[in-house]
Design a protein. Sequence first.
Length: 597
Amino acid sequence: MSVVPADPDSIAGSTWAVLRRGFAAIPEIRDGLTLTLVLAVVGGFGRLAIPVLVQLLFDQGLSAGHIDTGQLIRLGSLAAVVVVGSAVINWVSLLRLAIASERALYGLRVRAFGHVHRLSVAYHSAETRGKLVSRVTSDVETLSQFLQWGGVAGVVNGAGMLAALVGMAYYDLWLTLVTVALSVPLVVLINVLTRRLGASHTAVRGRVADLLTVISETIQGAAVIRAYGITTPSLRRTTATIRRWRDTKARAGYLGSVLFSLAELFSAIVVVGVVAVGLALGPSSGRTAGDLVAFLLLVTVFLGPVGQFTQVIDFTQNAAAGWRRVLALLDIVEDVAEPADPRQLPAGPPAVAVRDVTFGYPGAGTTLDDVSFEVPAGRQVVLVGATGSGKTTLTKLIARLADPDHGRILIGGVDVRELATESLRSRVVVVPQDPFLFDTTVEENVRYGRPSATRTEIEQAFHELGAAAFLGSLPRGLDTPVGQRGESLSAGERQLVSLARAYLANPDCLILDEATSAVDPQIELTLIEALRRLTAGRTSLTVAHRLATAERADEVIVLDGGRLVERGRHDELLAEGGVYAALYGSWRRATAGGAVA
């Protein structure tokens, strides 16, 4: 089954629908959330006590033309206790939320990262690495401010505004209606700008992914850029990508600033309007001085969060944009998922059967077309064919790095879709033509083949492969750092480390993508002999670029245009004079002419 890259637009629904789905994807955030929100609301309500205490100070402490010092001290002390208590409660709630948020983001990153690794090579061939990195890093990071501040601020401020509105209605219903009426235009404008802000943040997340892709390619291809003297075109491409990100980010910032400025403007208009109406009504309404002061303070409590709400909206839209991208990734069905009832491979070297297999990468047409063959247990089979004939793709399907669109692949008589992943990975080992080494030591890279291996066993692996001289030539032996992607070693040396890793794994089935193609000529014969000993008694399939490998194989399978066109022993296929004979003749002429070492 082929898959396509994650599309954020596939996550339909409003911002709130996306947020609900997002919260469902991070269950860690819900642990203790109720208590955290209760504390936050209680802390927020502490602000409402101040207007009431001020009203009491005016009407009781300053009434009847004299100052009641005792009452002032009592009310002032109570106000201080309320303020300090609210601050402590707010600190505890924010601390709890920060811890829960980081725990939730940790879980989300791990799940997204694991999901990426469970997707097939078909998905990875269609999606750029920069976009994958952005989904696990920067897209998840957009949720941090929302979870740690935006979300709780929205709840607390909303509750505080509602309580302030109730308090205002208690002091003066008509002035409360004036406040609400003057606030309506702001609500309408915020609603319009919020939709535009959400679209802008979605565009920003896409630009970030593009930027990471370009920067990643530029850094990884630095040697090629310098070698071909294309620094200027590369710089222009990178600069253009950065400029597009800047412009998109600036538009989102512009909309956010407009939203904040409108909130400040309308807050001032509402306060002025309330004061004007209050003065126009005069003292005939029966209000005391304390009532008016308390009402105005409650108006500021009601309007104060409006400015913060614009930031909350900004954080919310940014978080929703990031969540759409992360959820779009998590929504991709694992096309190489663990079977519901996993089976184990039977003991011993397995037979391999490829039956009516058809496969194509997304947007690239058919790579393999109705391929069928069987490899008996313990046999050494070589796959040959022109570039693009489907050899490497076929080995990936056998190792279940992807599943065929049609047909079946059986190892040891069991469909690979039914095999437990751990059983398959421990018994079937792939050695690629371009080995990947991690940025650590030679010893640690080899130990990936068998994590429990001792240092002596790792050294023995090099000896068995005939690579003891290579190991001895390294400045620090097994402790030699290999650098990023193994770039401190030559191509041949990287392949030696990769072969030692495969040897240490001790598999029953080997898949070799011409594991000696990048090895220096002086050690090639030694490695060929080591590989012969390694594959003896094991089932092996080798993608051959050097057709000397095919001369020694039990059987040669020839692919052409994604179809199996010939199979047989080397001498038999030469006698037929078909596709293999033509390939072999071309290889021999190139070898004789010095084009192939």
